[in-house]
Design a protein around this ligand. Structure first.
Ligand code: SF4
Ligand code: SF4
Length: 108
């Protein structure tokens, strides 16, 4: 990917590509979109049967894998859409609201 094909977080509008188009692949890793999240998926490893539905369907590639096993969520990138929770038939991912997180003292 050429440098001029990237739109950086603080690129002035005059320097962005025409129409804001993205011409290269793999640019999403430059944008930590986790800050957009309202609800946060909570992964419960003991319930996971490693079916990979969440991994296949997460639109942001935010399901963490290690040696072919789901190990958690990449919170820097997860936007909190809740798809992983919806598709998990094992009940291994549930969404937690910001209020619930505050009550539990989580700082994600
Ligand atoms: S969908 Fe649920 S059971 Fe399947 S890999 Fe993801 S967390 Fe594990
Ligand atoms: S909430 Fe959405 S973005 Fe976050 S891990 Fe689940 S499917 Fe991916």
């Amino acid at each position: 990917m050429k440098e001029q094909d990237l739109i950086q977080p603080f690129t002035p509008w005059q320097d962005t590509t025409r129409g804001g188009n993205i011409y290269g692949s793999g640019s999403s890793k430059y944008y930590r979109t986790g800050g957009w999240r309202v609800d946060t998926p909570q992964f419960e490893a003991a319930r996971c049967v490693n079916c990979m539905r969440c991994f296949l369907l997460c639109p942001d590639g935010s399901i963490a894998l290690e040696d072919g096993q789901v190990t958690g969520i990449h919170y820097d990138y997860c936007k909190g859409c809740g798809i992983c929770s919806e598709v998990c038939n094992a009940g291994a991912i549930h969404m937690m609201s910001r209020q619930e997180e505050s009550a539990h003292g989580s700082e994600r």
